[in-house]
Design a protein around this ligand. Structure first.
Ligand SMILES: Nc1ncnc2c1ncn2[C@@H]1O[C@H](COP(=O)(O)OP(=O)(O)OP(=O)(O)O)[C@@H](O)[C@H]1O
Ligand SMILES: [Mg+2]
Length: 455
């Protein structure tokens, strides 16, 4: 490390200022600047040797990055097909959601496959981790545990142990002894991430880093950390429910659309290979108004989810509108369309919309499902349990086409649904037998869909 320069960083957004200021010029928060020492100088990240020079793109060797399985297909899927050697993966998530559990399980599976793994923890003692490893069935001689927070010492040990996979739990506890700020501070987190990145690239080992999440749900420390690493994953889930969703936020080696679904149990995280039936577990027995099943797409995978709505006359001046799992404004829009195009007087009703199981749906294909669940609750008419609906809603009440209709239909048929309402299509694909037993009904307007479902 060479020259050092003192400065101030916003602890919220990481904005740099040469002098202390009361209000952050980056995010506008008050009193967030903390003094930091930052390093400047020639200590830069290098991917190749010192004699590397620019080369024409055609002369770069074109071998596809080899990928190693993590032993958990759901995680491999989110990573884009496995771990790339030399990659740095950041795993963020709320406290207690299961980050250490997931990574210890991966460490167990990878070491069981004969590859050496170094699990560095700055949060727990090796005894604590061993106890967890016993519970998860991850006791393998190739899995090395190391309780240390000094990154220089860790680097030394990496040289001795020469692992193929390294887990660092967590970045907020690690520190570089040559930096004067305390562990977890902006400059420490950024510098430690850069050093781990360098270590990963130089030694060609895959590194998992755990990152804590702030109250706002962002990975603590500056945003810049997310820019530095190769892959950013978020582990999420409801505290009181057992399933967990692993979501890719950034991936230099694959798509970020994929999610992995896990269930937390005493023996660790179990993969959920068939999530649709998992989320609809007790659906068949339900026979109440206000519920609709929607085939959504999570990445390349169809997922059937249940949307519930409750509409009741308000007792307050301003009706309440609450949503979980879908966008609040989207629901307001759908309610306005229902009111205008179907004449449902929802204006003085409270409305609650919930996606069962804590899944979050962003795609507009769920619109028709929300609309039908609201209409069902308002009219007290049950949507029969064999029907699924999908479609995007326009402001004029038209139903717009959605992507990947075939995949959605296949999934609905596979799970035994009998009827599916979809947007009108121009060309019908040849029957491939995968939707056998499913009656496909097309609707181009909200009114048509309403008639099809409730007649
Ligand atoms: N003996 C046990 N049996 C079943 N589940 C357990 C057991 N011990 C812990 N768990 C589950 O594991 C979760 C904690 O997992 P873990 O320590 O991996 O979380 P974490 O995300 O690493 O948390 P932190 O942010 O505090 O490090 C608990 O919330 C609980 O659900
Ligand atoms: Mg932990």
């Amino acid at each position: 490390m060479s020259a050092k320069k003192a400065g101030f960083h916003c602890s919220d957004c990481g904005h740099f200022a040469p002098r202390w200021m009361g209000r952050c010029a980056g995010c506008g928060q008050w009193n967030t600047y903390v003094e930091e020492i930052i390093n400047t100088g020639p200590d830069k990240l290098r991917f190749g040797g010192a004699g590397e020079r620019p080369v024409p793109v055609t002369e770069v060797s074109a071998t596809e990055e080899e990928r190693r399985s993590t032993g958990m297909p759901e995680l491999d899927r989110v990573l884009g097909g496995g771990l790339v050697p030399g990659s740095l993966v950041l795993l963020g998530g709320d406290p207690g959601i299961g980050k250490s559990t997931l990574l210890l399980q991966v460490a167990g599976a990878v070491s069981a496959a004969g590859q050496r793994v170094l699990y560095v923890s700055g949060e727990e003692s090796t005894r604590q981790i061993r106890m967890r490893a016993e519970r998860l069935g991850a006791l393998n001689p190739e899995l090395y545990l190391y309780a240390e927070t000094d990154l220089d010492v860790v680097k030394e040990q990496v040289g001795k142990v020469s692992p193929e996979l390294m887990v660092t739990d967590s970045i907020q506890t690690m520190y570089g002894p040559d930096l004067s700020s305390s562990p977890g501070s902006v400059s420490q987190v950024r510098e430690c991430t850069a050093r781990l990145m360098r270590l990963a690239k130089e030694c060609s080992i895959s590194v998992f880093v755990v990152g804590h999440v702030t109250k706002e749900g962002m990975i603590a420390g500056p945003r810049v950390m997310e820019h530095m690493v190769d892959v950013v994953l978020y582990f999420e889930g409801e505290r009181h429910q057992s399933f967990r969703i692993l979501r890719g936020v950034k991936n230099r080696y694959g798509s970020t659309n994929e999610i992995g679904i896990f269930e937390m149990s005493g023996a660790g995280l179990r993969e959920v290979p068939n999530p649709s039936s998992f989320f609809l577990m007790d659906y068949a027995v339900r026979d109440a108004a206000g519920s609709a099943v929607v085939p959504t797409m999570e990445g390349t995978r169809p997922l059937l989810v249940e949307v519930q709505a409750l509409v009741s006359p308000t007792s307050l001046g301003v009706p309440r509108r609450m949503t979980t799992g879908v966008d609040h404004n989207r629901v307001a829009l759908i309610m306005a369309v229902l009111e205008k195009r179907l004449g449902l007087m929802l204006g003085n009703c409270d409305a609650y919309v919930n996606v069962v199981g804590g899944v979050r749906i962003d795609e507009p294909a769920v619109d028709l499902g929300i609309a039908m669940a609201l209409a069902s609750s308002f009219r007290e008419r049950v949507i029969d349990g064999q029907t699924v609906v999908v479609g995007e809603l326009g402001l004029t009440g038209e139903i717009r086409p959605v992507a990947a209709v075939e995949k959605r239909l296949h999934e609905a048929a596979r799970l035994g649904f009998r009827r599916c309402v979809i947007p009108g299509r121009k060309d019908r694909p040849v029957d491939d037998g995968l939707t056998a037993g499913l009656t496909i009904m097309e609707a181009s307007t909200l009114a048509e869909a309403f008639d099809l479902i409730f007649s």
